[in-house]
Design a protein around this ligand. Structure first.
Ligand code: DX5
Ligand code: ZN
Length: 226
């Protein structure tokens, strides 16, 4: 079984010192840099776009996991690919022609991922699952950092992992929202293997310790570390 991957969300970083913060989590052992793009329409908040992602790209060699919380993401896929995204994640709820969007991400040479809001059933991905590198299960309603984890998504993670295993897919299942060292075991045990954490890492004095503790607790829960 694969080891837990930790994806700190820079939404909780100090944006005034963003390059330093990105370097700090890279040096602290993060596996991905999770970048939250919000458009003020799909979610009630606005964050950053391609120019800032270009700067993040220059500050780290880690893969950039770009989480697009925007309406009509098709219009901007090329921009995010060019800015340096490695994973491009769109929301199922924001894509009318999800299959086409996934093909477009593949054609750009990027890893396609789809995010599901807490209320969206995993079955929405039944006919596209084979084409995905990763599914992102939102464990808060997207829009803000620092919200409380919604445990109702645990059965969805279990169902997705069971479905991926039944199909023999090496699917990454990522969980995003309210993940801390204290609760990461719940989602790891359910079958997630990529863990986004914003306030749970940037809110700690020692990023390295937080990342190490989170990975260890997830690995123990998943049975990859005894
Ligand atoms: C929420 C974002 C998350 C957010 C997570 O819409 O997608 O990535 O930064 O922050 P925490 O870990 O603080 O819930
Ligand atoms: Zn996110």
């Amino acid at each position: 079984m694969r080891q837990a991957l930790i994806a700190p969300s820079i939404l909780s970083a100090d944006f005034g010192r963003l390059a330093d913060e990105v370097r700090a989590i890279s040096d602290a052992g993060a596996d991905y840099v999770h970048v939250d793009v919000m458009d003020g329409h799909f979610v009630p908040n606005l964050t950053i776009g391609p120019p800032v992602i270009e700067s993040v790209r220059k500050a780290t060699a880690l893969p950039l996991d770009v989480h697009l919380m925007i309406e009509n993401p098709d219009r901007f896929l090329e921009d995010y690919a060019r800015a340096g995204a490695d994973v491009i994640c769109v929301h199922a709820e924001a894509c009318t022609h999800l299959h086409r969007t996934i093909q477009a991400i593949q054609a750009l040479g990027k890893k396609p991922a789809v995010a599901l809001n807490p209320h969206t059933p995993h079955d929405a991905l039944r006919y596209v699952l084979d084409d995905l590198a990763m599914v992102l299960v939102m464990s808060v309603n997207p829009g803000y950092g620092g919200q409380a984890f919604i445990s109702a998504v645990l059965p969805k993670i279990r169902a997705l992992r069971a479905e991926a295993s039944a199909r023999g897919l090496p699917l990454d299942i990522e969980v995003d929202g309210g993940i801390k060292v204290e609760n990461v075991h719940l989602v790891a045990e359910a079958g997630a293997n990529v863990f986004v954490s914003g306030s749970g890492i940037f809110g700690q004095a020692d990023y390295q310790q937080a990342i190490r503790d989170m990975r260890k607790r997830a690995d123990i829960a998943a049975g990859t570390l005894i």
